[in-house]
Design a protein around this ligand. Structure first.
Ligand SMILES: CC(C)(COP(=O)(O)OP(=O)(O)OC[C@H]1O[C@@H](n2cnc3c(N)ncnc32)[C@H](O)[C@@H]1OP(=O)(O)O)[C@@H](O)C(=O)NCCC(=O)NCCS
Length: 202
């Protein structure tokens, strides 16, 4: 998805993919570019003149950690905004953030670094979305909502105005959030209430 957005923007050429987990994929073609190897390739890529990188994985903490590693290795984190996302002129967007197709970001929003605003999610006026959070497809966030870092808002969830969602909190798919969610807490349902999550913070 992220490579597709980057190609549609036509601002960068995709030099290749890195995968430090599945070494069997090294050398394979993936989405019209090669999986060049793992993190050991970073230095040689810099030497070859590659200046930008972007982390395209869903795990929020891992995405932030890898983004920091890229930055330490001298890469600038690219921002990927789908040409058919709607982004108000004054929205501030941090490095490494991905805005997918059909997403709407209304005026006065601040979006942190390495955030994912996924397909057709909407973030209304004056929201603040913290670093490495993920707003899943079709989620709707009303005005003046604050979301901490590494939070995950699930598929199709709705959050009413002025609510505050803490760091590492999780809003389950389809939830309707009407009250603040403390850091690290998992909520779900209508209205959303804390649940005993079995695997969310594994
Ligand atoms: C909230 C969530 C993270 C919890 O995952 P989990 O820890 O594995 O939760 P479990 O499956 O163990 O469920 C724990 C309880 O919460 C309930 N529950 C879980 N998710 C729920 C949801 N979204 N809405 C309502 N209830 C939910 C389960 O039914 C279960 O209840 P029970 O104990 O009465 O049977 C997960 O269900 C979820 O909604 N993830 C979001 C997925 C998503 O949006 N993906 C988009 C990717 S781009």
């Amino acid at each position: 998805m992220v490579a597709d957005i980057i190609r549609l923007e036509d601002a960068f050429e995709v030099a290749g993919f890195l995968d430090s987990v599945d070494v069997d994929r090294h050398g394979e073609n993936f989405y019209s570019a090669k999986i060049l190897g793992g993190a050991e390739q970073l230095e040689s890529l810099r030497e070859q003149g590659v200046k930008h990188a972007i982390v395209a994985i869903g795990d929020n903490r891992a995405r932030l950690r890898l983004a920091d590693e890229f930055a330490s290795a001298g890469f600038e984190l690219a921002v990927a905004i789908h040409p058919r996302a709607i982004v108000a002129t004054d929205v501030r967007i941090g490095a490494g953030t991905v805005i997918a197709a059909g997403a709407v970001l209304n005026p006065g929003c601040t979006i942190g670094r390495n955030v994912i605003i996924n397909t057709a999610a909407s973030v209304d006026h004056d929201c603040n979305i913290g670093d490495a959070s993920h707003i899943s497809p079709g989620a709707h966030i009303a005005g003046n909502v604050t979301i901490g870092s590494c939070a995950w808002v699930g598929l199709g969830a709705s959050i009413i105005e002025k609510v505050q969602i803490g760091n590492d909190a999780i809003v389950g798919a389809g939830a309707l959030v009407i009250r603040n969610v403390p850091s690290g807490v998992v909520v779900a349902g209508h209205p959303a209430r804390p649940i005993e999550s079995t695997s969310a913070h594994d």
